[in-house]
Design a binder for this molecule. Structure first.
Ligand code: FAD
Length: 433
């Protein structure tokens, strides 16, 4: 017998939690909504896993960071879902989705059917074993996506006190994890093939600051090469990392952060796709009127830039979820909501640092401010200028007001007459907009 719900959210991550809150706000009757998640816990703020979750002193733990605390909202404990009559179906992996039959089948053989489905399956990590890297299945080689992964890494950090870690990948996961490993007194070496860290967002000038800052904190950085193999000890635990350039690094722990992939496999071939994600309209509706996709898996119209994009960041996962639910509820009353008009926003925190980025990182760049890694209070940023307008802004060390000011600049896209003048004005240009 299938369990039937009016609405099913497939996935129990950030989007699912924010969607549930929006459903409750808009009015949902007990028994109408279910969240099905392969995780064992209610939706939580995933970014905490690579930050406070691994702190050496008073690390963050659930229930402390259930959604929606990450955006300053109410913390939705498991009891909240019970009170609202929202069914949290946890530790349940869906292995088959039949969009024509409107049904989902779990690994345990249960069937769920729906009237409206919201796909919120997020991303999965890319593993070195996917490429057949020699020895990549050794113990103590970690990936980080879910709370279970973070628990395993935390246990290894405790077990390998004062040990050595190699962090493979120079993206935000690599940077954040290198910082927390170092805070745990682990000797850290980062390895990445690109000429500088976070190359998808950072310019050489931005990266120079972070690499210098990390080096001052004692993090070793090896660029321009990749891990091609691992050796292990007699317990099967990783012992060495072999690099393509011939170097061999000792390691008690390896953390790999080489990117993610949207989890669209369950609906592949059943729904339109674009740019690796599930194609949606400005209301996160797919080409099927009863199927929505939100968060990391959605490829949606980014109105500000007139193109379809997929965004793998927490702010968008929250806002897309809210937009989809508002649209679903409005449609039931024959109404519509405004189109999604998103301003891309990413952030990261590590050590005492904190940066924010708004807008689009295309065009020419202008670096401003104090980007000396040895400064006691570094504050610097970068403007991206395209067709004579500022389209993106990055700021390290901004106050809340300054971060609001750069967000406004990215949204308003003010014209720039003189690039040298902009470099000179720096942050005060943003404060005037
Ligand atoms: P997720 O939050 O990943 O949720 C997907 C859910 O679906 C999970 O619960 C998963 O178990 C479940 N699921 C998947 N497949 C199935 C299935 N077949 N059956 C049942 N359940 C399934 N973004 C930032 O902007 N700033 C940051 O600092 C930042 N830090 C991050 C740190 C880490 C460690 C990670 C992993 C991500 C970070 N992100 C950050 C990205 C951000 O967390 C994601 O963009 C966001 O979580 C996406 O939300 P989502 O709901 O689409 O997916």
């Amino acid at each position: 017998m299938a369990k039937t719900f009016k609405y099913i959210i497939l996935g129990g991550g950030v989007s699912a939690g924010y969607a549930a809150r929006e459903f409750a706000k808009q009015g949902v009757k007990p028994g109408e909504l279910a969240i099905i998640s392969k995780e064992a816990v209610a939706p939580y703020e995933r970014p905490a896993l690579s930050k406070a979750y691994l702190f050496p002193e008073s690390p963050a733990r659930l229930p402390g960071f259930h959604v929606c605390v990450g955006s300053g909202g109410e913390r939705l404990l498991p009891e909240w879902y019970t009170e609202k009559g929202i069914e949290l179906i946890l530790s349940t992996e869906i292995v088959k989705v039949d969009l024509a039959a409107k049904s989902l089948i779990s690994a345990g053989g249960e069937t769920f059917s729906y009237q409206i489905l919201i796909v919120a399956t997020g991303s999965t990590v890319i593993r070195l074993t996917d490429f057949g890297v020699e020895g990549a299945d050794a113990k103590n080689i970690f990936y980080l996506r879910e709370v279970d992964d973070a628990d395993k890494l935390y246990a290894a950090i405790k077990a390998k006190k004062n040990g050595k870690a190699v962090v493979v990948g120079g993206g935000y996961i690599g940077l954040e994890l290198s910082a927390v490993l170092k805070l745990n007194n682990i000797d850290v070496t980062m390895v990445y093939p690109e000429p500088w860290c976070m190359p998808r967002l950072f310019t050489a000038g931005i990266a120079e600051f972070y690499e210098g800052y990390y080096a001052n904190k004692g993090v070793n950085i090896i660029k321009g090469t990749v891990a091609v193999g691992f050796t292990s000890n007699s317990d099967g635990e990783v012992k060495e990392v072999k690099l393509k350039d011939g170097r061999v690094l000792e390691a008690d722990i390896v953390v790999v952060g080489v990117g993610g992939r949207p989890q669209t496999v369950l609906v592949k071939g059943q729904v339109e796709e674009e740019k690796g994600g599930i194609k949606t309209d400005a209301f996160f509706k797919t080409n099927l009127s009863d199927v929505y996709a939100v968060g990391d898996v959605a490829t949606f119209p980014l109105k500000l830039y007139g193109e379809l994009r997929r965004v793998e960041h927490v702010d968008h996962s929250r806002k897309s979820a809210e937009q989809a639910v508002k649209a679903i509820k409005a449609a039931e009353e024959g109404k519509t909501v405004e189109e999604y008009d998103y301003l891309p926003y990413f952030y990261s925190r590590s050590f005492d640092l904190s940066w924010q980025f708004y807008g689009d990182n295309v065009g020419d760049t202008v670096l401003f401010g104090d980007n000396n890694p040895a400064s006691s209070k570094p504050k610097f940023g970068t403007y991206w200028i395209k067709d004579g307008k500022v389209v993106g802004v990055f700021l390290e060390g901004g106050t809340p007001e300054e971060n609001q000011a750069i967000a406004k600049v990215a949204k308003v896209q003010p014209p720039v007459a003189d690039v040298n003048q902009l470099a000179k004005e720096g942050l005060s240009f943003a404060s005037k907009i």
